[in-house]
Design a protein around this ligand. Structure first.
Ligand SMILES: *Cc1c(COP(=O)(O)O)cnc(C)c1O
Length: 497
């Protein structure tokens, strides 16, 4: 299919776009408890769109030609610095997402390590609950990443486990406030002591927490200090596209020192074209997101953000109480906007599918048996849930009662069996095993690929129920499952499923 021979009229284009939009979950409905950070304020959203539109055609690649976004970036970074108690010397970069911010921090930490120690393979040490973007950065930039166990009771990072994993090749320690799966807070002060003693870069992942935890603290919540007031903290990432409720494609990386930012940037004068200095990973980039971020931060202001934080807190407390009353086990102490729960009574994967039938989107999460982490359901609570928590809890209670009546499914047994046949348990895979498997994958993909899609029920469309897939995620070693999902996702995009 090439370009349409007869151009679509404007009306035809819009009609078609509306059809596509209907396929999406509605991010403003309040029925999503994952990756939709909804303030519930239409006024704020409209302003953010307006700002985005005004600047979306400005190419922030060339900041000598497009001057406005530089001013906006400075003001946005200043706000972030103030939230994180940074001093004058601290600098920051606006990026298009948390992953990009983390890439810049990892690049700077790696190059600092090279300067100090020469070229050895540097290592990142972080709690097992750390975000996959660190593995991704490590893989892209040639570092090793070591995930260490967390405190089994509190589900917070364990300083002793971090200390035990430090070697002379450790270039970076990561702590999260909060981590994504459970919303628990790593003890940054203790991580910082270890970092300082060993002269190691400490990155604080406040991608979720940066724009909400300082406000929750202001409202009297017990939020420990995790920012630049702690001397060992080298960099902090925080995402406006999360709890600053701005348009998607907005994150910030802050460095304590100007030189660190220099290590994170990229300059190139070796070609016959224009000189390149890229503060971020992308080169050509729209100034829309920085304008939308500037607009949201200034329009809501401290007053607006505090009011939203109050609503969010109210919703989170209602939900936590409700979950407790229903007999679910809350994972750790809820101190952030994220609440996760486990259950010995119901299959959470089936529960998640059943909730979706009632319109609620939650995140089922696989456990890690050898670390005593049970499977769970993750909820990101946002201010809009203030109005919807009651309805959600009612639906959850009904759904739980329904799911309790369903006997354990064949699927569960099948998935476990499949995992056993593969003859491996988590932790047994090494690079050599993966290398051998990868060699075979290329040979066998054409042969078995279509069979695999059939087994997943994905020949024509995405499966309506995810429980089967989630059971597989939970029972097959992650290294194998990563290969399978990588293949499946190619097919999803190729076919437009
Ligand atoms: C969201 C998030 C990130 C980065 O994710 P992006 O999707 O790239 O914005 C990193 N760490 C944590 C803890 C996060 O929640």
């Amino acid at each position: 299919m090439g370009l349409p021979e007869k151009p679509y009229t404007k009306e035809e284009v819009v009609k078609k776009l509306e059809e596509y939009a209907k396929l999406d979950a509605d991010p403003h409905s309040g029925k999503l408890f994952t990756i939709a950070f909804e303030s519930g304020s239409e006024d704020q959203r409209k302003l953010s769109h307006q700002a985005f539109n005004m600047f979306m055609d400005k190419n922030f690649l060339d900041f000598t030609e497009f001057r406005g976004p530089v001013k906006m970036e400075k003001e946005v970074i200043d706000i972030a610095k103030s939230l994180m108690n940074a001093d004058e010397e601290a600098v920051g970069t606006f990026t298009f997402g948390g992953t990009e911010s983390v890439f810049l921090a990892v690049k700077a930490a790696r190059d600092k390590f090279f300067i100090k120690k020469g070229f050895q393979i540097p290592e990142i040490v972080m709690p097992v609950t750390g975000h996959p973007c660190y593995d991704k950065a490590a893989e892209y930039m040639g570092l090793n990443l070591i995930r260490v166990p967390i405190n089994e009771e509190t589900l917070e990072g364990d300083p002793e486990a971090i200390r035990a994993a430090i070697t002379e090749n450790t270039a970076m320690i990561v702590g999260s406030v909060p981590n994504w799966p459970f919303g628990t807070l790593d003890p940054i002060e203790e991580f910082a002591k270890i970092a300082e003693e060993n002269d190691i870069w400490l990155h604080v992942d406040a991608c979720v927490g940066g724009f909400i935890l300082p406000l929750l603290r202001q409202l009297g919540e017990p939020i420990p200090v995790f920012d630049f007031t702690i001397p060992g903290v080298s960099s902090i990432s925080m995402d406006p596209h999360k709890f600053a409720y701005t348009s998607i494609g907005a994150s910030i990386i802050l460095f304590r020192k100007g030189f660190s930012k220099m290590l994170s940037q990229y300059a190139n004068l070796r070609w016959p074209g224009y000189p390149i200095v890229n503060p971020g990973v992308l080169s050509t980039r729209s100034a829309g997101p920085i304008a939308a971020t500037w607009a949201s931060l200034h329009h809501l202001g401290e007053e607006g953000y505090l009011e939203l934080a109050r609503r969010l807190l109210n919703a989170r407390n209602m939900i936590t109480d409700g979950l407790n009353k229903m007999g679910f086990n809350i994972m750790g102490r809820p101190r952030s906007p994220i609440v996760a729960f486990s259950s010995e009574e119901v299959n959470l994967f089936t529960l998640s599918d059943a909730l979706l039938k009632k319109g609620w989107h939650v995140n089922p999460q696989r456990g890690i048996a050898h670390l005593n982490i049970p499977r769970s359901i993750h909820l990101t609570v946002t201010p809009i849930h203030d109005q919807l928590a009651g309805q959600f809890l009612k639906d959850l209670e009904e759904t739980k009662a329904e799911v309790e009546k369903i006997p354990p499914s064949e699927i569960e047994g099948m998935a476990r069996g499949f995992g056993m046949i593969m003859g491996m348990t988590a932790g047994e895979m090494d690079y050599e095993a993966i290398r051998q498997i990868m060699g075979k994958v290329e040979e066998n993909l054409e042969l078995y690929g279509p069979e695999l899609l059939k087994a997943f029920g994905m020949e024509e469309e995405l499966p309506q129920e995810m429980a089967m897939l989630n059971e597989l995620f939970d029972s097959i070693p992650p290294e194998i499952m990563e290969l399978l999902v990588n293949y499946v996702v190619i097919e999803i995009f190729r076919k437009g499923l």
